[in-house]
Structures are given as C-alpha cells and as structure tokens.
Design a protein around this ligand. Structure first.
Ligand SMILES: C[S@@+](CC[C@H](N)C(=O)[O-])C[C@H]1O[C@@H](n2cnc3c(N)ncnc32)[C@H](O)[C@@H]1O
Length: 295
C-alpha cells in the first residue's frame, strides 16, 4: 500500500532543485531539431493545489518555490524554471477564468506543476511522453489532465519494472526521470537495478535520478553506486538546506544524479548554486556539492 502523496511536498526545496535541473535538461534536448521522448518512472499527479489540504498541512512550498516567487534578481536557470511555474499558474481555474494580470505582474502562487507538466510545457511537436504512476488516485488525476494519445501515455504501473519496455525508444533520444518516494527502502536498490538494465539497452539516453538527503545509509551510498553505471560521464548536484531534527531524522536536502548530462550544465549550476543556497537556507550551514565525471 502506497502512503506517500507528493501533494504534501509539492514545491518544496527538493522540487525546486529537481525541477530547475529538469527544465534545463529538457531545454537542451529541445535545442536539436530531432524529437525526443520524456519517460517519467514516478510521475506523481502532474499538478498540485497549493491551497489544497495536502500542501496546506505541511506548507513546505513556502520554503521552496515560495522563497523564489516574487524575486526580481533570479539567476538565469532559476528564472527560467520560475517562469514555467508562473505560466502554470496562469491556467484557467475552477471557474474557467485565467488570472488577468497587468504586464510585468506576478500571478499569485496557487498551483505547482509536477514533473510531467514541466515536461509538457517544453515539449515540441513530435516529442512524446511516457508517464508511470502506481498510486491509483494520482494516476487517475494524471490521466485526466494528460489523456492517452499517440504521443502521451499514462501508465498506472510500476515504473521500475516498466522502464525496461520503454528503452530504447524510437527515435533514440530520451530523458528518463527516476524520482521515487523512497517510501520503501527497497527503492534504492531498484533505482540501481532498473538504471543498470536501462543503460545496457540504451547507453546514449540521458537519465536523471532524484534522491533524498536523509540519515540512511542507502541514501548516502546511492550517488556512489550510480557513478559505476555511467559509461559516458555523470554529474551530481546536492543542495543541503537544513539540519536533522533532534532525533536525527528529516529531509535536510536532496540530490540529482545525471547520467550523460548536457556538457555546459556543470558550469551553469556552479554559477547558480550559491544563490540557491543563500535563498533556500534554513540554517547557517546550508551548502551545495557539485561534481562531475566528464564523458
Ligand atoms: C516523488 S513522487 C513523484 C513526483 C514527480 N516526479 C514530480 O517531480 O512532480 C513519487 C511518486 O511515485 C509514485 N510511486 C511509488 N512507487 C512507484 C512505482 N513503483 N512505480 C510508479 N510510481 C510509483 C508515488 O505514488 C508518487 O506519486
């Protein structure tokens, strides 16, 4: 039984890091005049109401996207990602009306896009998506908003197992996002196993793995285990924003590991991360780690 619901965490500091990097990687894929496929093994519900009961219970988004929302001094990657979230907030609401804004005004922060929505915003004609989501309620929401067409397929199936059948895609250009909840400790091993298998089938794919920075040996070891899977280079970014609670628990930060990253990403993130540390810090020791093994 799945207990995790992303609605409680949408737009938090971990989503900011993941979606900022996702935005940039998708932009790179979109630069070439060749279609690509976006494969999301753990897609979530696709979008979240920040005024809804789940987000309001934790209000985690306030320490994530909330801290970036109205700032006029965002560096380029962050600004591009925040612009996408703002565009998502310009969708018609339940009354069918989109917010009407004066030029240059920021819409109120009411919605947060999940990874499939960010990808959809950046998809071009000819690009395609495969979205796995195991939770029946979130899969239903996803299917309602994304439908099932020739280019977009929502699969209410296990994304770890399903990835095997998706690679290599045709044409052979794809970004795979592996973003489990790690609700079950077995998820760490499944990330490694499914990625190893996918890379054997489709070595030239771009793979992004998100992981939580928590006091758990499996989480600490995961990036090291992933380095062994990258035939053509990798990039690892981690953002630490808070410290563990008195019992030693809590999500203190998160990391994104990319196999076959686009080459300028390291330099771009190096320029951006000090701003993110300053802006998202919840204690004096906030920091980042950025490392890579070029191809
Ligand atoms: C961290 S959330 C995904 C968030 C989403 N990728 C985003 O960035 O907006 C993880 C999701 O994986 C789903 N899930 C858990 N185990 C799964 C599995 N084996 N296959 C597919 N989905 C799974 C959960 O229900 C949850 O919605």
């Amino acid at each position: 039984m799945l207990a995790y619901r992303h609605g409680f965490h949408a737009g938090n500091h971990a989503d900011v890091l993941k979606h900022l990097v996702l935005t940039r990687v998708l932009r790179y894929l979109g630069e070439k005049d060749k279609p690509f496929r976006y494969i999301d093994t753990h897609a979530g519900a696709g979008g979240y109401l920040l005024k809804g009961a789940q987000a309001q219970k934790t209000t985690e988004y306030r320490e994530g996207i909330g801290r970036l929302w109205s700032r006029a001094d965002l560096p380029p990657l962050t600004a591009d990602y925040v612009r996408l979230v703002q565009e998502f907030n310009l969708q018609p609401g339940e009354d069918g009306q989109a917010p009407v804004l004066e030029k240059g005004m920021t819409p109120p922060l009411a919605l947060y896009p999940g990874s499939p929505s960010i990808a959809r915003q950046l998809m071009r004609k000819g690009d395609s998506m495969r979205l796995f989501e195991l939770h029946p309620a979130d899969a239903r929401t996803l299917a309602t908003h994304f439908g099932n067409t020739k280019t977009v397929q929502v699969l209410n199936e296990d994304g770890f197992a399903g990835l095997k059948g998706q690679v290599p895609p045709s044409p052979r250009r794809a970004l795979v996002l592996i973003d489990p909840s790690y609700e079950l400790v077995q998820d760490y091993g499944k990330v490694v196993a499914s990625l190893r298998d996918a890379v054997q089938r489709f070595a030239e794919g771009v793979y992004m793995v998100w992981y939580p920075q928590v006091s758990r040996v499996e989480a600490v070891q995961l990036p090291k285990r992933l380095t062994a899977l990258a035939p053509k280079g990798w990039l690892h970014v981690r953002l630490t924003v808070s410290q563990p609670d008195p019992q030693g628990f809590g999500l203190v930060g998160s990391g994104v590991f990319i196999l076959n990253p686009p080459w300028p990403l390291h330099q771009e993130l190096a320029a951006e991360l000090p701003f993110l540390v300053d802006t998202l810090a919840q204690f004096d020791g906030a920091s980042y780690l950025l490392e890579e093994q070029p191809a």
